[in-house]
Design a binder for this molecule. Structure first.
Ligand SMILES: Cc1cc2nc3c(=O)[nH]c(=O)nc-3n(C[C@H](O)[C@H](O)[C@H](O)COP(=O)(O)OP(=O)(O)OC[C@H]3O[C@@H](n4cnc5c(N)ncnc54)[C@H](O)[C@@H]3O)c2cc1C
Length: 603
């Protein structure tokens, strides 16, 4: 209803005013922090958001009608990727209030506790798993599945790891296609074990996926509802302007004192003052762009565009990482009915099931089509007996030569320590490096979640409305291709087990006829997507000597009054899907910032 938008302020209302905090970006990090800071009625917050509000479209709210494209930034492509036959690749980022949470596939999956050990090892003692778990719980409203349904479908969980009072709903789709059981059994037959709860800190094995799904309405639970609509009626101190691009952070010396923004419909430029802090939450692709446009970043880049240097900070925009995404396709001669394909190919079934959903909130429309409910998370050692030679291949690489020429020595040093840490994880059993998910129809998706290659984000012009140059750095390190091969071959093994074979699968892409490592790798280079929309790590929380950009309290080094609260802060990409962890990290960030200024939580 229009009433929910009551606090959307007109640009003219904002101009020449001042707020305690100005937050750039109304995605997961930005809205979570805005919500928590405005619990203190004496604090004023403005969120500047590039995109519009969604209009409650089915494509946003209903899992079975999911379509992210209308709210993705349509014209954002990477620079050509030499590792992928020189193709430029689409860069998916949500450009809408709620950011990625409005467009994502609703995987609500934490990461292994070993990822937090890594964050700690890289200089952030107060970011351990045990201290972080309360923030996971605070952000979450977990609903148990129906016990009969759970028993029939291999759903297990440990309630002690979940929160039930938080703003984001986490629940299981109350539907599955029959083929999932075949996949489950085939996976177990390869020696992979069932995992009780992937949100417990242990995250390897096969398990049922939790989704950011409201179990009453079976619709998306996302930051716009959870951290804006939910509270806005009682928060005159919480303002948000949509359709507005932050163009730069304003500095007085090295202190951030405000934000300049552009009203996209008119091009009008406005300055707004932040008396306490500017908080950067434009996501891992745009936050480094905004910093560079504001004069904070590698000096050579700032000089190239004649931008006055506020601070030479070499790490800004380096260390770019994302999950890799490989689709494997099949024909089935005797697949079970229905499958995920039925909803796509059979209009009668689709109409019946939509009517069922509308009437009862049950059936396949409670499920996102592209991936199944079952996920297999694999550490390298459980994927291949070749794990030692893969680690040896990685060790034989010269890290400096895998980064762009001229990369700052601190950034190279940080990359080296990350690689050493990652290779230790590769030799263990607790960090997944890959995931497999069969959608019960024609597609299995393989994700590589711990790539060794690194990319970058840099400005390509001084126009704040132009896209930055995104370089995935895909497959720069040849080890990444071996990781894909290992998971791919494990997936073939699963497909060859009797409970999948009775469905009569024939692999059509890459194709059953491709058998040698070289044939398969050539196919991967042609079909791999270098992103799962999980861009991260471009303003990493690491020591300055390792190319870090923010300290353990999320403050940008060398500046005052500027914090970062989005998915840019991780040093190494998380194994899990990012959103659950970004919500929790933003809850932690809000506590850190509240403490810094003595704010209350009375809201
Ligand atoms: C298609 C897709 C599918 C995904 N699927 C999943 C999934 O199933 N599970 C999961 O956990 N994660 C998924 N993700 C990833 C997840 O949604 C993101 O990692 C998460 O949203 C990152 O949060 P953030 O706060 O860093 O940034 P975002 O949520 O992206 O928010 C950044 C916000 O900043 C705004 N912005 C950018 N530039 C400016 C500017 N100049 N001025 C003002 N505002 C600006 C953007 O419009 C955006 O709203 C998916 C992402 C995509 C794109």
């Amino acid at each position: 209803s229009p009433g929910t938008y009551a606090r959307v302020v007109e640009p003219r209302t904002v101009s020449n005013t001042s707020y305690d905090f100005v937050i750039i970006g109304g995605g997961i990090g930005g809205l979570t922090v805005a919500d928590r800071l405005t619990e203190d009625p004496n604090v004023s917050v403005l969120v500047v958001e590039y995109g519009p509000f969604d209009q409650g479209e089915d494509s946003v709210l209903i899992p079975g009608a999911y379509n992210p494209f209308p709210y993705l930034k349509q014209d954002l492509f990477s620079v050509p990727q030499p590792g992928l036959n020189n193709a430029p690749e689409f860069v998916p980022v949500g450009s809408v209030v709620g950011g990625g949470s409005t467009v994502n596939a609703m995987f609500f999956l934490r990461t292994t506790s070993e990822d937090f050990d890594s964050v700690q090892t890289l200089g952030n003692l107060q970011w351990g798993w045990n201290g972080f778990l309360p923030y996971f719980k605070k952000s979450e409203n977990f609903t148990k599945p129906d016990p009969t349904f759970a028993a029939e479908h291999n759903i297990t969980f440990d309630s002690s790891f979940h929160g039930t009072q938080g703003p984001i709903h986490a629940s299981y789709s109350p539907f599955d296609y029959p083929g999932s059981k075949n996949f489950w059994d085939a996976t177990l037959a390869t020696g992979i074990s069932a995992l009780e709860d992937p949100d417990s800190g242990e995250s390897t094995g096969i398990f049922w996926l939790l989704r950011a799904l409201n179990p009453d309405s079976e619709t998306r639970s996302y930051a716009r509802i959870a951290h804006y609509d939910r509270v806005i009626g009682s928060r005159p101190n919480y303002h948000l302007i949509p359709n507005t691009a932050a163009s730069k952070i304003l500095f007085n010396g090295t202190k951030a004192v405000g934000v300049q923004y552009i009203t996209r419909s008119t091009g009008a430029v406005t300055n707004v003052t932040a008396t306490k802090e500017v908080i950067l939450a434009a996501g891992a692709v745009h936050s480094p762009q905004i910093l560079q446009l504001s004069g904070v970043g590698p000096k050579a880049i700032l000089d190239k565009f004649n931008i006055k240097t506020v601070l030479n900070l070499p790490g800004v925009g380096t260390n770019f990482q994302d999950h890799l995404d490989l689709a494997v396709s099949y024909n089935f001669s005797s697949n079970l009915w229905p499958s995920a394909d039925t909803l796509v190919n059979n209009a009668t079934y689709n109409a019946e099931q939509r009517a069922l959903y509308d009437a009862t909130r049950r059936g396949p429309f409670t499920l996102i089509l592209t991936t199944g409910n079952n996920i297999v998370n694999l550490p390298l050692r459980n994927a291949t007996s070749n794990w030692q030679s893969i680690i040896a291949l990685a060790q034989s690489q010269d890290p400096a030569s895998l980064l762009a020429p001229g990369t700052d020595p601190t950034v190279i040093a940080g990359y080296k320590v990350q690689r050493e840490l990652l290779l230790k994880r590769f030799a263990g059993f607790r960090t997944p490096i890959g995931e497999i998910s069969w959608n019960t129809g024609s597609t299995t998706t393989i994700y590589i979640v711990k790539p060794l290659s690194r990319g970058s984000v840099t400005i390509g012009s001084t126009d704040p409305l132009a896209n930055p140059l995104v370089n995935f750095g895909a497959l720069k390190d040849p080890t990444d291709l071996e990781l894909i091969l290992a998971i791919f071959r494990k997936n073939r093994e699963i497909m060859q087990r009797p409970s999948m074979q009775i469905l009569g699968p024939t692999e059509t892409v890459p194709g059953a006829n491709l058998t040698t490592d070289e044939e398969l790798k050539a196919s991967f280079r042609a079909t791999l997507i270098p992103t799962n929309g999980h861009a991260c790590c471009t303003l990493p929380m690491m020591p300055l000597k390792f190319g870090g950009v923010v300290d353990s309290e999320l403050r940008v080094y060398g500046l005052q009054g500027l914090s970062v609260v989005d998915n840019s802060i991780w040093p190494i990409i998380l194994s899990g899907a990012p959103s659950a962890t970004v919500y929790a990290a933003a809850e932690k960030a809000a506590d850190i910032i509240k403490k810094r200024y003595g704010l209350t939580s009375s809201g």
